[in-house]
Design a protein around this ligand. Structure first.
Ligand SMILES: [Cu+2]
Length: 347
């Protein structure tokens, strides 16, 4: 019944539209085709100018409205360069945008149909084709060249003294690993991952390098004015480490580690003062739609001084020590060793 009703409504809608079109056609004939056409021509020409003026005012207004509200000052040295690149790109494309829009709408108004004028037949010009192909090509090559230069800097070799942190995305959250005193990450194997036994990354305990590895969730501590290299992984699907204040972003791909490095400029405390927001925190967002709980992947980056960092690190217990403590309440070295072999799944 409701389908029939719907069909009837559609049919009625079609009939009404058809009748309105027919009626306006008759009105046109009655008024005189020519007069009708001239009137529409003038109105449309005038509307072109209205659209141009309102559109340009809208662009200006929108820029004023969001000025300084979007990202704020970059908090990393790389970010300054990326911001400069962005402003240069916006300036060049902005000038081109304004000029082309003015020409487009002004010409449509100025050269609207006139009885006194006949359109000039202009089929082709090699010179013009070359000009409007070569100039944008050179401009875009320069812009893309700058982009590539900065991209290679961010993803390229980090300075030797950079602090290394491994960051692993999972559904849904971030796991951070610090290499510990030996400055070397221990081996891991995905089949060893057991959240139940607190081995979130599947570390292999028969590799001594893994024994001092520190594994933490949700908060990543980094040192101000020191380079930090992130080694990015995923435990399940593709995530993306988005560090908007540092102008950094990189996919977390399962099985294929990616890297990026940067130098944070301001501590979290300094940013609280700079932004006038006592609750300010640097955020890590997941910039890739990764499932139902994607929105919960908010991590925090604490940028601290070297002294604060050393203090914080000293308080962290290596993952190995945590697991051994859970398994063997009595501090017996032999028992811990026996357990370590048990927790390692043979490949
Ligand atoms: Cu995600």
């Amino acid at each position: 019944m409701s389908t029939l009703f719907l069909l009837l409504i559609l049919l009625l809608g079609f009939l009404i539209t058809f009748q309105i079109a027919k009626a306006s056609e008759y009105v046109g004939v009655l008024k005189g085709e020519k007069k009708n056409f001239e009137q529409h021509n003038r109105i449309n020409g005038f509307l072109m100018i209205v659209f141009l003026v309102l559109g340009l005012i809208g662009v200006y207004w929108c820029n004023e409205l969001f000025r300084g509200r979007i990202l704020g000052e970059s908090a990393s040295k790389h970010g300054e360069e990326i911001d400069t690149m962005l402003y240069i790109t916006i300036a060049i494309t902005g000038v081109v945008f304004v000029i082309t829009q003015i020409l487009l709408f002004w010409f449509a108004y100025k050269y609207q149909y006139s009885e006194k004028r006949k359109a000039y037949y202009f089929p082709h010009s090699n010179k013009l084709e070359v000009i409007w192909t070569v100039i944008p090509a050179i401009a875009l090559t320069v812009l893309v060249g700058f982009g590539l230069f900065y991209w290679f800097r961010i993803t390229g070799e980090a300075p030797r003294e950079a602090n290394q942190i491994e960051i692993t995305g999972k559904q849904f959250g971030w796991i951070f690993r610090y290499p510990g005193k030996d400055q070397t990450f221990g081996k891991k194997y995905y089949q060893n991952i057991t959240d139940k036994d607190n081995n979130q990354l599947g570390l292999l305990w028969d590799d001594p390098n893994s024994h001092d590895d520190i594994v933490v969730n949700n908060e990543m501590y980094i040192v101000v004015n020191e380079p930090v290299k992130l080694i990015i992984n995923s435990r399940d699907v593709v995530h993306d480490v988005g560090l908007v204040y540092f102008r950094q972003k990189m996919d977390a791909v399962p099985g294929t580690p990616t890297t990026m490095w940067f130098i944070p400029k301001f501590t979290t405390e300094e940013m609280k003062k700079k932004t006038g927001n006592p609750d300010f925190e640097y955020e890590i967002s997941c910039d890739q739609m990764c499932g139902r709980g994607h929105y919960t992947m908010r991590g925090i980056v604490k940028v601290v001084t070297k002294e604060e960092y050393i203090l914080w690190l000293a308080k962290q217990k290596p993952n190995y020590a945590q697991i051994m403590q859970d398994k063997t309440p009595a501090p017996a070295g032999g028992a811990a060793q026996a357990d370590s072999t048990k927790s390692t799944v043979s490949r």
